[in-house]
Design a protein around this ligand. Structure first.
Ligand SMILES: Cc1ncc(C[n+]2csc(CCOP(=O)(O)OP(=O)(O)O)c2C)c(N)n1
Ligand SMILES: [Mg+2]
Length: 382
């Protein structure tokens, strides 16, 4: 990690993220999430600022994927995308951590919220569009990517990551498995099973809790009686970290350490990244039914935006200006339009695909359903 060459004044440690979350927790806590940049972009830890080329790369990737998230909402409204789980507001949390992985060695075991992490680990924009359209070409992860299929059934991805990590350990590839889970998913039994298993086998896994305050309509407060969920790491005998999930530098620093430790044979880690779901659960959700959109969501969108934080920092460093912003946004839009065109031009799937790709040897029930479907297709086309 490069030592900072900058002269900006040291920022005051930000306790506001903590305060916002404290209100949603059942008990108070003396812990404060680790931070490198304060929300206004001022360094809190000058000594931990990485090379500015890397910071700029992070900024560009966050801007690129925020644009994607915005576009996906528009596509959904014009019926050109299916129900989609937005990540907008959680870019730092996903991109900062996925950037700690080696695309050739390490595996990502994603859930539905992780489109940003997947793209950061090599998934194409075109395939992301096709996935959220329900096209088989989108579900199929290309062979050259170390990414597992997207998990909807929470928290299967935790158990998968434990298994993948164990496989990598047995094969001695030096690879690591990283996975994500929402704070709500940590209340499920398989969370314990997966993390406990990885710990017992010293498997090279990194478990990331993206605590965005909500599990659809269920607030964090009623998920668990503990203050921070990373405390569970102690019960598993593994390191636990509490991080400001909207500070990409902090997220990246901690994820890099956890990945390196796993690679070095030191076993798994559990990281809790404090963020906030400023957008609906999915495009099909109406959060007004269960929360005040002018309360925490507005506060986080206006005062805790992970992209603005880095932009302010880079601007102060004279690494960013309006001209560069305009040029970048034009490039991002061109790239998105090309991906959309490629997805639009892709042949529509064969309806039979509805019942394929699950079993190598389909059981009798699936064979029966395939026969019924084939009949219906014949009728419709007659
Ligand atoms: C096994 C299982 N039960 C229920 C659901 C329905 N479900 C989808 S998302 C969700 C809430 C998840 O919240 P959280 O884990 O906090 O993740 P977030 O969506 O906030 O990223 C639930 C209950 C599911 N997908 N899988
Ligand atoms: Mg959540």
């Amino acid at each position: 990690m490069a030592t900072s060459r900058r002269t900006t004044k040291k920022g005051a440690a930000d306790t506001a993220n903590h305060a916002v979350f404290a209100g949603s927790m059942p008990v108070t806590s003396e812990l404060t999430p680790f931070q490198i940049l304060a929300p206004d972009g001022t360094p809190v830890r000058e000594d931990l600022i990485p090379d500015l080329d890397l910071v700029e790369e992070m900024y560009r990737q966050m801007a690129r994927l925020r644009h994607l998230d915005d576009k996906f909402m528009t596509l959904y409204k014009s019926q050109k995308l299916g129900n989609y789980a937005q990540f907008g507001g959680q870019e730092a949390s996903q991109i900062g951590s996925a950037m700690a992985l080696d695309q050739n060695l390490d595996f990502l075991c994603p859930m539905y919220r992780n489109t940003a992490a997947m793209i950061t680990h090599g998934w194409s924009l075109k395939n992301a569009i096709m996935y959220w359209r329900g096209h088989p070409e989108g579900w199929r992860i290309p062979d050259d990517l170390n990414i597992l299929p997207v998990i909807i059934s929470i928290p299967g991805q935790i158990v998968h990551a434990a298994g993948v990590a164990m496989g990598l350990q047995m094969k001695k590839t030096g690879g690591v498995a990283m996975t994500y889970i929402g704070e709500g998913g940590t209340s499920q039994g398989d969370f314990h099973i997966g993390v406990n298993f990885a710990s017992a086998r010293n498997a090279p896994a990194v478990f990331i809790i993206e605590n965005n305050g909500w599990a659809i309509s269920v607030p964090r407060k009623v998920q668990s009686g503990v203050d921070y969920l990373m405390r569970r790491s102690e019960g598993y005998g593994i390191p636990g970290y509490l991080v400001d999930g909207n500070d990409i530098l902090a997220v990246h620093t901690v994820a890099k350490k956890a990945v390196q430790d796993a690679r070095d044979g030191k076993g798994p880690s559990l990281i809790e990244q404090m963020t906030y779901r400023i957008r609906p659960h999915t495009t099909g959700d109406d959060p007004k039914a269960y929360r005040d959109e002018n309360g925490d969501p507005k506060f986080w969108a206006e005062n805790r935006d992970p992209i603005q934080r880095v932009k302010r920092f880079l601007t102060t460093e004279k690494r960013w200006n309006d001209d560069r912003e305009v040029a970048m946004m034009a490039e991002i839009e061109t790239e998105f339009q090309a991906a959309l065109e490629a997805a639009d031009n892709f042949a529509a799937p064969d309806p039979k695909a509805l019942l394929e790709y699950v079993f190598v040897n389909p059981p009798v029930q699936i064979l029966e359903q395939q026969a019924i479907l084939a009949e219906r297709i014949k009728e419709v086309n007659a």
